[in-house]
Write a protein that binds this ligand. Structure first.
Ligand code: DL6
Length: 819
């Protein structure tokens, strides 16, 4: 247990009194009327009192010390439930469990009352959450800036196997106990209007924005509690509100909607998280969200900088701004605008500051995810910003001309403005031109960014493009979610591993120890039982924990290839029913995935998996060997049950498409063996654990590219492989949709007539063969245990503490500051 300041300060009686106070005064409940939810809320508020005190103390200390800070700008922070995690970081888990027990409450039950703040789509948002945790744990001064969405990622349910979306009012009607309103930090954000020229008092020709309207940005702080230290950093989430007065006159005239029109309009800006992962939709409201986020955040950074008595010229010495993907790119012209139009700096001085302040992380190579905004839209909503973007591009094009004289092709390629019937602004190009560092998120991905996405930029700006391999926080993803494994690790390597994951390598020497193997596998069995209980209680499906638990949990996307997994399941089904010589170890295939509401094929894949599940789970001919479970409403709190229970982790994207993946790391830390392609961070995981402890299959990036260039023909694979044919053809029958043949045919159609864009068929045979290898190896439990232990032991590289140290040392040049 960490012995930090917060543990030492803990006064049980005072804490219980605070809980009682909130129960009665904040939530109007008595001991008799209080529900588990009101107890959870009151407990959360009492804890937030402790963390808010430390948040303010941290802010004050950092300002006094004039500490250099990172500002992490992200449209998504998929933080998951905070209470349990914060208790661990504060070192108060046991103390609070005891205090609540004395009040007649069970902490574990109360923690279940918390709704997940689902303020992100998937990997990108969850990474931001892990990074905030690691910044605080290592006391690298930081502020996270995001949006206070009223509705987080939609809640998913299945109706007759089909995904149905419902709004996610994550705060409930009572509000979220951990958040603190900071009215003194409110910002005014301007929109629309026009730009005018004027001559200032010194006779200098200037430009200024004359906006047509403005809204108010209100700050809510969530505490990011440092593990085993006193620092608490803010995750500052901006809510958009109207700053126009309510029109009493219109209301009295009976125009009830008109009276509140501006409030309704402003409220829309932060109403809902866009539910797209790795896909850019180009909607005007989304651009407004992005600008609102950036305007509030940049203004707040400048406010902090000035309040600490620093000059604007020293901005880039004291503040760095990390752009989490291109979503906050508009912060760049926003800072330039403020520096020039408000601080009256010339272009060169403003550019000098701005280009040394921003750094950018690229999270994808997928063309459909690379953001572009219509010039007309930016021009209308943010006319001064468009002007600045043009000027950045104009100066950049001159630089390109110097390097490649007369080469219009390279100019067209690198230009921030994409020509065409509708001119578009390429946000990634704007980022590369305007930042001091650009990083990919895994070694392979960063190489591909240099080699395939931005080769000319790499030539033009040597050293700017770099790599920081992703990581995940071991506090949430081992210590909190897997207490059994954590106890075992602590027993062997001491209990400071959650803050020093290198220590976990100490487990390596127990990999062959029979007694340790037994205990390690017993923990795995308990975790499988915990998941099986959840499935039985919530889905009514009974599972055998001796079966292999094979899990694929991530957003539903063709490139992640849940349909490859499905085809293997169909192949197993076919063989169990048709091949008397075929045998397999019982296996449960778990899925958890949300599909973007407008992504038809992804939704078809969910439907197909659910229909196959319905059939195989109830087919006595299969002798219980094959089960399929699609967990509805996959979210962080369910991930916490799923990762520790996995024997096999599915990381089967088409090589070159998954930038990194982070679920792959969480699985391996918790002792699951990976079946994966040479993609994203799988490549580095293989380097760490060794080829014999991971199951790699499929085409390599260059083979994928070559096959595509040569003209990939999925039919070739279909005709050559009878097992593949059998699996594919099942999709056309009514085997899983009795009386309705063809209901699953869209997938087959996409893979054959649609050209199989993600090469599912090309990788099928190797995937099946590798799954057979897993089946055989699982039967030797000692060898399996050895491999699983080694996976846990050899994952220290993938702690987000290491990622953050890489950013701090190589990009941000940041030093820790303790409170
Ligand atoms: O870097 C975090 C995460 C990676 O682990 C995933 O591989 C990658 O797909 C994801 N990228 C995105 C890109 N964005 N959009 N929109 O979510 O980033």
């Amino acid at each position: 247990m960490p012995k930090n300041g917060q543990t030492q300060q803990f006064n049980k009686a005072a804490f219980q009194a605070a809980v009682e106070k909130h129960l009665t005064t904040t939530y109007a409940s008595t001991d008799e009327t209080a529900t588990a939810r009101s107890w959870y809320l009151a407990m959360g508020k009492a804890l937030a009192e402790i963390s808010t005190g430390n948040l303010l103390a941290t802010e004050k200390n950092l300002a006094e010390q004039k500490a250099r800070s990172v500002n992490y700008l992200s449209l998504e922070f998929l933080i998951g439930r905070l209470t349990g995690n914060n208790l661990i970081s504060m070192g108060l888990y046991e103390n609070v469990a005891e205090a609540m027990e004395e009040m007649g409450q069970n902490l574990t039950d109360l923690l279940e009352e918390e709704r997940d703040p689902a303020l992100g789509n998937g990997g990108l948002g969850r990474l931001a959450a892990c990074f905030m945790d690691s910044l605080a744990a290592q006391e690298y001064p930081a502020v996270g800036y995001g949006l206070h969405y009223e509705y987080g990622l939609f809640r998913q349910s299945f109706v007759d196997g089909r995904q149905v979306e419902a709004p996610d009012a994550w705060r409930g009607i009572e509000g979220y106990p951990w958040e603190v309103l900071r009215p003194e930090l409110s910002q005014e954000v301007s929109l629309y209007g026009h730009v005018e020229g004027y001559t200032d008092e010194n006779g200098v020709e200037c430009r200024r924005w004359v906006p047509a309207m403005s809204v108010e940005g209100v700050a809510w702080d969530l505490p990011i509690v440092g593990y085993d230290n006193k620092s608490v950093y803010p995750l500052r989430l901006w809510e958009c509100r109207s700053n126009a007065p309510f029109s009493l006159a219109r209301f009295n005239d009976g125009d009830y909607v008109g009276a509140q029109y501006s409030a309704l309009e402003a409220g829309n800006v932060t109403k809902v998280l866009y539910p797209n992962d790795n896909h850019d939709q180009g909607k005007a409201l989304r651009l407004m969200q992005q600008y609102f986020h950036c305007a509030c955040s940049v203004a707040d950074i400048l406010r902090r900088h000035e309040a600490a008595g620093n000059s604007i010229e020293s901005l880039s010495e004291l503040e760095t701004i990390q752009l989490n993907d291109t979503h906050p790119t508009i912060a760049i012209p926003e800072l330039m605008r403020i520096l020039m139009d408000e601080y009256k700096l010339g272009w060169e001085s403003a550019w000098e500051i701005s280009s040394k302040t921003f750094a950018y992380t690229n999270h994808t190579l997928l063309p459909e995810a690379l953001e572009t905004w219509s010039e007309a839209l930016i021009q209308q909503m943010l006319p001064r910003h468009m002007e600045i973007i043009f000027e950045i591009n104009h100066r950049f094009m001159k630089q390109v001309e110097q390097t490649w004289p007369g080469n219009n092709e390279v100019k067209r390629k690198l230009s921030i403005i994409q020509e065409g019937p509708q001119r578009m602004v390429r946000m990634a190009n704007l980022c590369v031109v305007s930042t001091y560092a650009v990083n990919g998120v895994a070694a392979l991905h960063s190489e591909l960014v240099k080699r395939d996405l931005f080769p000319e930029f790499n030539e033009l700006f040597p050293g700017r493009l770099t790599n920081v391999t992703n990581g995940v926080t071991p506090r949430r993803w081992i210590k909190y979610c897997n207490p059994g494994l954590s106890a075992l690790i602590s027993e062997k390597v001491g209990n400071d591993w959650p803050a020093n994951l290198e220590k976990i390598a100490g487990l390596e020497k127990f990999a062959d120890d029979a007694a340790f193997q037994k205990r390690y596998m017993a923990v795995k069995k308990e975790n499988k039982q915990r998941l099986a209980n959840w499935v039985e209680e919530n889905m009514g499906i009974e599972l055998d924990t001796d079966a292999i638990f094979d899990i694929q949990i991530k957003r539903l996307h063709e490139y992640k290839r849940q349909h490859l997994n499905l085809l293997n399941i169909l192949a197993l089904y076919h063989r169990l029913l048709n091949d008397p010589t075929f045998d397999m170890h019982p296996r449960v295939f778990f899925f958890g995935a949300k599909a973007a509401p407008g992504y038809a094929l992804a939704k078809d894949i969910i439907f197909a998996i659910n229909k196959v599940a319905e059939k195989v789970n109830n087919d006595p001919r299969l002798g219980g060997k094959l089960k399929v479970v699609f967990i509805p409403d996959y979210r962080v709190s369910l991930a916490e049950i799923l990762f520790p229970a996995a024997d096999v982790s599915e990381q089967i994207s088409t090589a070159g498409k998954e930038a990194s993946g982070t679920g792959n790391m969480k699985f391996a830390m918790n002792g699951a063996l990976t079946i994966g392609t040479m993609d994203g961070a799988n490549v580095e995981m293989r380097e760490e654990v060794g080829d014999e402890n991971i199951f790699i299959f499929g085409l390599l990036v260059d083979e994928v590219q070559k096959l595509k260039q040569e003209g990939y023909d999925p039919y070739r694979y279909y005709h050559a492989d009878s097992l593949l044919r059998a699996a594919m053809d099942l999709l056309e029958t009514d085997e899983f949709t009795p009386g309705n043949p063809g209901q699953l045919a869209a997938i087959r159609h996409n893979l054959l007539e649609g050209g199989d864009p993600y090469l599912v068929l090309a990788d099928f045979a190797d995937y099946v063969k590798t799954q057979e290898k897993i089946d055989a190896e699982y039967r030797d439990q000692k060898t399996w245990a050895r491999k699983a232990i080694l996976n846990t032991a050899l994952m220290s590289k993938f702690s987000s503490d290491r990622s953050i140290r890489d950013y701090a040392n190589n990009i941000w040049k940041l030093e820790p500051v303790s409170l």
